[in-house]
Design a protein around this ligand. Sequence first.
Ligand code: ADP
Length: 416
Amino acid sequence: MVINTNVTTPSDAKILVLNCGSSSIKYRLYRMPAGEVLASGSVERIGAGNSQASQLAHGQELTVWRPVSDHKAGMTLVIDMLTNIEKGAIADLSEIDACGHRVVHGGESCTGSVLIDSRLEAVIEENFDLAPLHNPPNLTGIRAAGELFGDIPQVACFDTAFHQSIPEKAYLYGLPYELYEEYRVRRYGFHGTSHRYVARRTASILNRHKNDVNLITCHLGNGCSIAAINDGKSIDTSMGMTPLEGVMMGTRTGDLDPEIGFFLTRKGFAPAEVSRIFNNKSGLLGISGASNDVRDLEEMAAAGHRRAELALEIFAYRIRKYIGSYLTILPSVDAIVFTGGIGQNGGQMRARIIADLGHLGIDLDQVINITGPAERIISSPESKIKIFVIPTNEEVAIARDTYKIGIENRIPELTN
Ligand code: ADP
């Protein structure tokens, strides 16, 4: 791709942010640099014969049922929805100035968002074995967009990139070093775009430069991860080579003795079944035997369901231990930040996690914790370490990177 570096920066570039999963495409069209959302939507059940697409643009809802055989057909449907005469957001495809793609795994070579070219496509492909469920559909989406949108800049934003600043002592496992050299077995971490977004937002609320904050960020959604951020850079995170490691999650185990896997195979479980148990049947769901949703479990626990209460207790306990360990590896901590579906909305859960930490200078305001605007400080004025709730916005972070790299044509490193 040839980029004309003499162009003046358009003040109303339209950026399409795409998140291509194995059977879905989620998208959001932004006007940048203002960050205004012009349309958002999704195409679901790609390849299943009964696909459904829905979109919201200018307050108008549009729903379409149409067989969508593959991602290219899905992307064509996205374009049809965006350019729909009555309920669309743009008159013509040529109004889109750049596309930003969420890509899960950038391996060790991608330390920030990058302009996509054939070399970068090869890097995404090289990392298929590290993210077999995510990188292949991510790349399929990139190629489909490349074919349909023509020669506009396309930018990849990686979930792993923000954590590439983690030092060797934190990312290496206690395994033979050759396994790292030969198979790249190491901790990568995920949710990087979210941790970076809330860290930058917290720095801005604190009136500090983005590289002048030490934070513990807790992304608690269906998947959960905690990050230790020193001078604006990730220095450790709870998820590992895969998103299974770390705190306990909705259906994932989090940290566990790896021998348990071998023990279960000796008991007759097939390796694929063990993997399914660890990833899909454990965590809040596995312990409660009832639900992976914190809201359901809180209701059940209040009604006396013992295992629902136990699941919530274990969930909070594990997060608390990670926060404790990150307090010891950071030179100081300005704030603990909660984000993600549970982190943003789960006041009861935040109170469980942060209960009785006054001896560490961490004190929650019990009232503001439960009610207030979506973005707020929830620590008491006496708390030495502030506590924030910051709604995450990975899409706008991708739109910003895409605008900077694809439109302003800055060097990739500037986005980190
Ligand atoms: P994803 O990781 O798929 O993006 P989200 O970040 O949207 O998921 O988080 C989804 C989770 O948020 C749900 O499983 C639910 O447990 C939790 N959640 C949503 N609202 C609340 C609430 N009011 N209280 C507690 N948990 C909530």
